[in-house]
Design a protein. Structure first.
Length: 387
């Protein structure tokens, strides 16, 4: 097998740290994959340590001060870049074949676009690339055909649809754990705390996505991603509550057959597959004890997750609406984690901000960034009680 050269964007976040663990195992097993470039936000020391460990050629951070601090920790022959342009430069490097984009937030969109425009394989863990910029991504050189999904749900669906005629697909089903409060009484949700919300019942994730799991905003984002990634109509994408998080995705076919992908709730498995596919390597990070499992699937209760339906409608509106939804959610989740609003205010804030938004075309990065800034400002005003 020809060696693969990787750029890891978001190396110090939750997915990035797990990706580093996968890379260590692959290196120990002799899999032909090297790491050319890495990027992180502001965790300079952690990035420098990883860059030295994997002998990378280039690194990137968020700002010039971080870049200066990073350069002081590394050998002089390692290139140091910063900012959005630096992220794009790393993703488009000539000595990179695969870009694993694990950047958190809308900042990851630039890296995804740069990777696809340069003809790289994009291992995508950054939801916002398709939520915010799905229309832009579809128009790049490789489009969604150049994407290997890392999210467990989309990785599952991609594997299930391989070799399947798209006309034979009746429905794509995404599963949801239901989050930390799936058993709470609705009247109690007004009083839940951030600490309670961060206790996800199955997955270990970063703070924002864990809160988004409790509101099911993350699942609405996944519906939007699936719409772009698989080019199916909105009515062909459904969500089922599956508390065990063992079935990650199902594809229902027109003849009544249902294909399901199952696995342990361990993100290192889809990360490894994205980096090594179409190979299927032995000795996985974890295995599923099939004989010890009982599985439940149930419809999504509409009254428990109002934010889900609001964000899905934003996805259907298209254009700049998903960018506003993502930006507002980020601000609202941060406010909840900081104790400035109640949990139930996240859904109310999303509804109010999106209700005031006039949807425009999302056909350029500039328009999407403008919508992002507008959504953040409107959400801040909601948090401050000015709206």
């Amino acid at each position: 097998m020809t060696g693969r050269r990787l750029a890891l964007l978001g190396a110090t976040g939750s997915i990035g740290v797990q990706a580093l663990d996968v890379l260590r195992r692959l290196r120990a097993d002799g899999f032909p994959l090297s790491v050319t470039a890495m990027a992180a936000g502001t965790r300079v020391e952690a990035l420098a340590e990883a860059a030295r460990e994997f002998d990378v050629r280039a690194v990137g951070v968020s700002g010039p001060n971080h870049a200066e601090a990073l350069a002081s920790l590394l050998p002089p022959d390692i290139e140091v870049v910063h900012g959005a342009d630096g992220l794009s430069a790393l993703a488009g490097r000539a000595d990179v074949d695969v870009v694993l984009n694990a950047v958190v937030g809308a900042a990851g969109l630039r890296g995804s676009l740069a990777a696809l425009e340069a003809g790289k394989t994009l291992a995508l863990a950054n939801k916002e690339s398709l939520v915010v910029g799905g229309e832009l991504v579809a128009r790049t050189g490789a489009g969604v055909a150049g994407i290997v999904a890392v999210d467990s749900e989309h990785a599952a669906l991609q594997q299930c649809v391989q070799g399947t005629d798209r006309d034979h697909i009746e429905r794509l089903w995404i599963t949801a754990s239901g989050g930390a409060f799936r058993e709470h009484r609705l009247e109690d949700l007004e009083r839940v705390t951030a600490e309670e919300a961060l206790r996800h019942p199955t997955w270990s994730m970063g703070p924002r996505i864990t809160i988004d799991s409790a509101t099911l905003v993350n699942k609405a984002f996944e519906v939007i991603e699936a719409r772009h990634l698989f080019d199916v109509s909105w009515d062909k994408i459904g969500v089922l509550v599956h508390p065990q998080s063992v079935i990650h995705g199902l594809v229902e076919l027109v003849d009544g057959t249902v294909l399901a992908q199952m696995g342990p709730h361990d993100m290192r498995i889809p990360i490894r597959y994205a980096l090594t596919s179409p190979e299927r390597l032995p000795d996985p990070p974890a295995r599923l004890a099939l004989g010890e499992r009982s599985l439940q699937l149930s419809p999504l209760p509409s009254e428990r997750y109002p934010a889900f339906w609001t964000v899905v409608e934003a996805g259907k509106s298209g254009g700049t609406a998903p960018a506003v939804a993502n930006a507002a959610d980020e601000v609202l989740v941060d406010a909840f984690l900081g104790g400035r609003i109640r949990f139930t205010a996240i859904a109310r804030g999303l509804e109010e901000v999106l209700g005031r938004h006039r949807v425009g075309a999302g056909d350029s990065l500039a328009k999407l960034e403008e919508a992002d800034a507008w959504g953040r400002e409107q959400a801040r005003r909601f948090v401050e009680g000015k709206e």
